[in-house]
Design a protein around this ligand. Structure first.
Ligand SMILES: Cc1cc2nc3c(=O)[nH]c(=O)nc-3n(C[C@H](O)[C@H](O)[C@H](O)COP(=O)(O)OP(=O)(O)OC[C@H]3O[C@@H](n4cnc5c(N)ncnc54)[C@H](O)[C@@H]3O)c2cc1C
Ligand SMILES: Cc1cc2nc3c(=O)[nH]c(=O)nc-3n(C[C@H](O)[C@H](O)[C@H](O)COP(=O)(O)O)c2cc1C
Length: 742
């Protein structure tokens, strides 16, 4: 909902807002330029009378003296029968140069105020300012949601290039944009008379004296002698040879008239509060008289076109990722419902194929994410659940709310269901979430029309085979096929390797890769601009590597983020292992093809709560990456198990450095093949009371490594936290227990 509030108005009025912002940014330079070209005398240094006197020495036929908020002085005078305007020096009253407002500036001002379209344009500008305010507030709310609250507002941001720039600029420019939007709305409301501008009557014109005395020189008028130049806005001279006329004066405090013979201020009407507020709003919006603020606001405004562009890119990417299903019936009209659980979107491709085949066979099909399970399905006879599994047997993003929504399902009609799990047999809990969804449906009294089946690594053959089983169950001919597109790989070059563990039968290498310089124009440009050619990733994501001899990619947990400038993994060589063997044979300079598989759940939570990192063997990889990036020095404790400190103490020198610079708070390494050695779970038990304290303080636990280790860590933590009324399941629900298990 919040996202819709943010993106919908932005998409509709984005272009107008960008025009307002760019024109505003250009105009914002004017007060500064004006200020730079002007000497502003100190308060008390020059009175209006003094300046008027000096101007009189240099000009004849003066009609008006104007002082801009930046302090520049313009004199309007008549030369013969030609009206002239000249910029003058506020100290000497001498001419600096003719004053001719730039037609370009006037055009940009009109564009900014009314999109060159008079009253309708002014209304559009006002509505755009209002939309800007909505974007600022909703954008701020989205950002806070993303970073996890006010306190995290300054923490580094993650995401794609567009996401990061959009949010980064948003948080930098927010205050400036808020101020421009608010003041713009108020000015617009004043223009349309929606709020008062203050007293709109001029001071009463003084009654003329019947036989006025002869005028005295302007430089001797007492009212002007007392007035500092900084307070002047405008001094309009009396009509020449008209002793009954008056000087008309506008100052920062109010307006009035001066007798040209006595120099007395005859009438003075001070500005009222509303006028003062209106003036302040005007100055805050334009930067007039506050040139530094004008420049600041202008810089903030420049972020708007960039945010518009990145916003459109993000919207487009989301749209592209959210599959478009042709002929999608409404939930209540459909006779067949397909619910999809997916994170990386490949399952949507399979769901789309099923949707098309059922539609062609004459069915009214409704396809939606599992999170959008309806409260009832009035006409559905069949329900298909196609879901991937993530984390360690958990729900993918589009299915996280499914189990809770299922509990709230209130319809009498429960269509017969079939679950198809998508997973990867490399993960220990193969298609676990599909199984859980099925069990939950059973528990809620739904019946199954086809037994659960699974698809390993998006296999087209397994999907087609399942399709053949669906046909008799529905008495339909479907001919289901779908060939998923494979992830795009990028080349990487080995920069360095550190080898460990050979003596303890656990050959393990830390491999550090860099990008391969692309010969394309894009690659050259990136290098010229100093932009890394690595794809974006964070420690904790996975890299998929395709080894020659097998089309199936192997995953490795990343021990670095792309901001580190290299891609690092920690690989244990398996006897006869195709991919691990290939990686262990690599020498610096050798190249591999790889792709990034995001794993955004496996990350330290933001904030100051402690993080307990637990791993064994190569599981240290992402944990070391988290510690390296803990530049905020939040409390981080590492529990790690190896075999022998003399042979496989991975990352030992780095960890010592992290301890010294406080990126790591506590290091607990334990080795199984030494005297008095043990496993990592033994060390956790030794530290049970400290662990309980950390968990009571809100600690998050991140576990990385093999299945067996992860299982026993889970049991150990369960035992440790039982006395404080907690268990791993609860911690998982709270997002405080995350695993990367292989
Ligand atoms: C999410 C995820 C993250 C991973 N992260 C890492 C990591 O950071 N570092 C790392 O070294 N590995 C990691 N792995 C394991 C890695 O993906 C490969 O499975 C491993 O390198 C073996 O692949 P291979 O091609 O060398 O072996 P294969 O040719 O596939 O198999 C050869 C032999 O190795 C055995 N074998 C394969 N995998 C394992 C395993 N995981 N445990 C025990 N025996 C196995 C097989 O049973 C077989 O006998 C991860 C796996 C997953 C799913
Ligand atoms: C980080 C990560 C964790 C995964 N965990 C599991 C798992 O526990 N069990 C499983 O069967 N598959 C697991 N998978 C594999 C995905 O479920 C599988 O690739 C699926 O086809 C992805 O579908 P999607 O692209 O629609 O999300 C995991 C994949 C990733 C990247």
């Amino acid at each position: 909902m919040l996202r819709r509030i943010h993106s919908l108005p932005a998409l509709v009025l984005g272009l107008l807002i960008a025009v307002l912002a760019i024109s505003g940014a250009i105009l914002s330079v004017n007060p500064a330029i004006d200020r730079l070209g002007t000497t502003v005398p100190e308060r008390g240094q020059v009175s209006v009378a003094l300046l008027a006197e000096r101007i009189a020495e240099n000009f004849v036929g003066v009609e008006q003296i104007q002082r801009s908020p930046s302090g520049s002085i313009i004199v309007y005078y008549n030369q013969g029968d030609r009206a002239e305007a000249m910029r003058v020096d506020p100290l000497s009253g001498k001419a600096i140069g003719p004053y001719a407002p730039s037609p370009t500036t006037r055009w940009i001002k009109n564009l900014h105020r009314s999109f060159l379209a008079d009253t309708p344009g002014r209304a559009a500008a006002g509505i755009s300012a209002l939309t800007m305010l909505v974007l600022c507030v909703s954008g701020m709310a989205l950002l806070l949601k993303r970073v996890g609250g006010w306190r995290q507002l300054l923490r580094p941001l993650r995401g794609s290039f567009s996401q990061r720039w959009h949010s980064e600029l948003g948080r930098i420019a927010l205050l400036g944009l808020l101020m421009s939007a608010l003041t713009g709305i108020l000015m617009s409301a004043t223009t349309f008379g929606l709020i008062p501008e203050g007293a709109d009557t001029e001071p009463a014109f003084p009654t003329a004296v019947e036989t006025p005395d002869a005028p005295v020189p302007v430089g001797t008028l007492p009212a002007l002698l007392e007035m500092d130049l900084q307070d002047l806005r405008e001094l309009v001279y009396p009509m020449p040879d008209t002793p009954s006329d008056f000087y008309s004066l506008a100052t920062a405090q109010g307006d009035g008239y001066i007798d040209q013979a006595t120099g007395v201020l005859l009438v003075f009407q001070p500005h009222d509060r509303v006028q003062n507020i209106h003036e302040l709003i005007y100055r805050l919006h334009t930067g007039e008289g506050l040139w530094w603020l004008g420049l600041l606001l202008g810089v903030c405004a420049l972020s708007v076109p960039v945010m518009s562009a990145t916003g459109v890119v993000m919207w487009w990417q989301r749209r592209r990722l959210m599959p478009r299903i042709a002929n999608n019936s409404g939930a209540q009209a459909a006779d067949t419902v397909i619910l999809v659980g997916s994170e990386g979107n490949s399952t949507w491709g399979f769901a789309n194929a099923l949707h098309d085949a059922l539609h062609k066979a004459g069915k009214r099909v409704h396809t939606a994410p599992m999170n959008l399970l309806a409260k009832e399905y009035r006409q559905a006879r069949h329900l298909f659940v196609l879901t991937a599994t993530y984390g360690d047997g958990d729900a993918p993003t589009s299915a996280r709310q499914f189990l809770a929504r299922l509990e709230r399902f209130s319809g009498d009609n429960k269509p017969a269901f079939a679950v198809l799990g998508f997973g990867d047999r490399q993960f220990p809990r193969f298609c676990q979430f599909a199984r859980e969804a099925r069990e939950a449906l059973f528990r809620r009294g739904w019946t199954e029309f086809l037994e659960l089946d699974t698809v390993d690594r998006q296999s087209s053959q397994e999907f087609a085979r399942w399709g053949e089983a669906v046909e008799p169950a529905l008495s339909l001919k479907l001919g289901l096929t779908h060939v998923p597109s494979h992830p795009q790989t990028c080349p990487l070059e080995l920069i360095s390797r550190m080898d460990y563990g050979a003596q303890v039968n656990a050959p393990t290498s830390i491999l550090r890769f860099g990008p391969v310089a692309s010969p394309s124009a894009g690659g050259r440009l990136r290098r010229m601009l100093g932009i890394s050619e690595l794809p974006h990733f964070d420690a904790g994501d996975l890299v998929g590597i395709v080894a020659p001899g097998s089309p199936v990619p192997r995953f490795y947990s990343l021990a670095s983020g792309s901001s580190d400038g290299f891609l690092e993994i920690c690989v244990r060589k398996h006897p006869g292992g195709l991919c691990s063997g290939m990686l262990h044979d690599l020498q610096p300079g050798a190249r591999i093809d790889a792709f990034i598989q995001p794993n955004p759940d496996f990350r330290p939570a933001s904030g100051k709560s402690p993080v307990v990192l637990i791993g064994a063997g190569t599981g240290i990889g992402p944990l070391a990456g988290f510690i390296r990036n803990n530049t905020g020095k939040h409390p981080m404790y590492l529990y790690w198990g190896g075999r022998d400190p003399a042979s496989d103490f991975l990352y030992e020198p780095e960890l010592d450095g992290y301890l010294a610079d406080h990126r790591l708070t506590g290091l607990n390494a334990i080795f199984s093949r030494t005297a008095n050695g043990g496993y990592v779970q033994d060390r956790l038990l030794d530290h049970a009371s400290q662990m309980r304290r950390l968990i009571e303080d809100g600690a998050q636990i991140l576990v990385c490594g093999g299945r067996a280790m992860a299982d026993s860590i889970r049991q150990t933590i369960d035992a440790i936290v039982a006395p404080i009324g907690l268990d791993v399941a609860t911690l998982k629900l709270q997002g405080r227990y995350r695993e990367d298990v292989f």
